[in-house]
Write a protein that binds this ligand. Sequence first.
Ligand SMILES: [Ca+2]
Ligand SMILES: [Ca+2]
Ligand SMILES: [Cu+2]
Length: 312
Amino acid sequence: MKKINLMIPLAFLSILTFHCANEEATVKSDKTINFSAKIGTETFSCATATYSGLGSGANDTITQKDFRFYIHDVKLSGSNGTDYSLSLNQDGIWQYNSVVLLDFEDGTGNCTGTTAPTTGTNSQVKGSVEMPSGVSITGIKFKLGVPLSLNHNDRASAPAPLNNTGLYWAWSSGYKFARLDFDSQRFDGNPDATTAAFNIHLGSTRCNASGTTASTSCTDENRPEISLTYTEGQTVVADLKKLLEDTDLATANAAGAPGCMSGNNDPECRSVLNNFGINFSYNGSSTARGLSDGSTTIQTYNTSGQKFFRIE
Ligand SMILES: [Ca+2]
Ligand SMILES: [Ca+2]
Ligand SMILES: [Cu+2]
């Protein structure tokens, strides 16, 4: 009697296991995703003297000083229509939790002119993904920036890559999600004798705390989700020239901080944030850059889609 009682549930269990294994056989595999920083067709390097043909007039010449950005929540889209999260290798340098720092400046040449340059560079995202066998990768999704849960911590005690002074504002506003600083020659027929700094610092704004107090929310999170058609072996390209193709660089800075530091009162942020894929809330008084009425009530300028990233 005892023998029979034991055999029935065991037989039932083994049928169940077989059934599940057949339907949901998954394969875990390591993935490396290559990124590249470009300015048009040219690959960014701190050693390259200048890049030309930038801005809406395609007539500005710039000296690039920095090219760093954070991404998080990387997912690979399967041919079955499902997205699968990439579990990042925790390397203690570039990847922490779900965040990766992509760093294309090596602290030499023109990049000595940025804030807190570092000699190290990173152009890869490394992790593993578990997908059903037979499903191929047809796309990639990621969010630009640092997630809210890690964005308002104490940088001084934060783990790498969240410990760089050059990529941090303050506890209230958090990290610079992207830092793409350059010097513009403000081309207006004749390059100016002196260049003008155009700093692109993307980050969250209108956060609910100020100074050294950590915020718990921000009205303008400024974390666009990027979605690209992608197959394994291709490269995700970040292109500053595309980001700036709607910005008139004949006047490097019309108002606010030099360039665009994500400020809601900064006219340069309209085209820059829109081309990151972000709706821009403007409350400044300048009518430069196609801003309509100069009132200081908030006006929203919607993005027509991100232009910064593409696949090659
Ligand atoms: Ca670096
Ligand atoms: Ca500005
Ligand atoms: Cu800034």
